[in-house]
Ligand binder design. Structure first.
Ligand code: SF4
Ligand code: SF4
Length: 106
């Protein structure tokens, strides 16, 4: 996954699809405990393995997918959320799911 290295700047600020595609995407990977401690507890799932999701949508995602979105914990978002780039395969998959056109690779 995911939103994104520069998300919530164009084009991500009018998308948010990768934040709402799968509850398995915003997971914790290489973060240390101190880094994870910066994420407010209500946004973390029961098993402490990733972000809490409502259905498939990350609980930290604000706004409407495909219209205007932002990350409520942008400064402390998980590492996986920093690696997704607009136009990469995960981006294309998520955008297709929400009926949004694919983007050129950044
Ligand atoms: S799906 Fe692509 S364009 Fe949309 S928020 Fe994620 S990286 Fe950005
Ligand atoms: S933490 Fe932020 S960037 Fe990561 S999936 Fe949730 S809303 Fe998206």
């Amino acid at each position: 996954m995911q939103p994104c290295q520069s998300p919530f700047q164009p084009p991500c600020q009018s998308c948010g699809a990768c934040c709402a595609y799968s509850r398995d995407w915003p997971r914790f990977t290489i973060e240390d405990d101190a880094t994870l401690a910066l994420i407010p507890a209500p946004f973390i799932n029961e098993t402490q393995s990733g972000m809490r999701c409502d259905g498939e949508r990350c609980s930290a995602l604000l706004g409407r997918v495909g219209e205007a979105t932002s990350c409520g914990i942008y400064a402390v978002r998980p590492d996986v959320c920093r690696t997704c780039m607009p136009g990469d395969p995960e981006c294309a998959l998520a955008r297709q799911h929400f009926g949004l056109p694919a983007l050129p690779q950044a």
